[in-house]
Ligand binder design. Structure first.
Ligand code: SME
Length: 165
């Protein structure tokens, strides 16, 4: 049995440090990317409070052979399956290769509402050899839920996962 329950008194930085350590322990010997993303989505859900969605979109291809994001393992309500590069918060992270921190999704032009409860969002690209291979997406029902500390913690997680997903 895996028991990675975080202590509720942890500050944000320590919480992400422990999340990255747990993700390292769970993925270091497993070569299957889907298994690793599934476990990491579950870990994010355990470690990061006040979420309504946490998971992955992977770089894939449309029927016409265009690059687009495709839904990967997640925790939360069923979500949009395919997102064009440049569309919404996830597509912007994939296009720019940089973290998107959105305090109020209602003010983000092009935001894609998969769950009407979402109010704030952070999306972090996973880069391998400078190419975006996936994004990690966290949604919260609370406005301005995510800070730069969340972004930095998730960027550490993305670096760890670059060759594990
Ligand atoms: N809101 C995202 C779409 C994905 S869902 O939040 C799970 C976006 O605008 O890209």
């Amino acid at each position: 049995m895996y028991d990675f329950q975080p202590d509720s008194s942890l500050d944000t930085r320590e919480r992400y440090r422990q999340l990255v350590d747990a993700a390292d322990a769970l993925t270091s010997t497993e070569p299957d990317p889907v298994a690793n993303m599934a476990n990491v989505a579950a870990l994010i859900w355990e470690f990061v409070p006040d979420l309504n969605w946490a998971g992955f979109y992977r770089m894939g291809e449309s029927a016409e052979g265009k690059r687009e994001l495709v839904l990967g393992p997640f925790v939360g309500r069923p979500a949009c399956i395919r997102i064009p590069i440049g569309a919404g918060v996830c597509g912007s992270a994939a296009q720019t290769g940089s973290t998107q921190l959105v305090e109020d999704v209602h003010t983000f032009a092009g935001h894609i509402a998969c769950d009407a409860a979402s109010r704030s969002e952070v999306v972090v690209p996973v880069l391998r050899d400078s190419e975006v291979i996936a994004v990690i997406d966290l949604d919260s029902p609370n406005e301005a839920r995510f800070t730069d500390e969340d972004a930095r913690g998730l960027e550490d997680l993305a670096r760890l996962l670059a060759d594990r997903i």
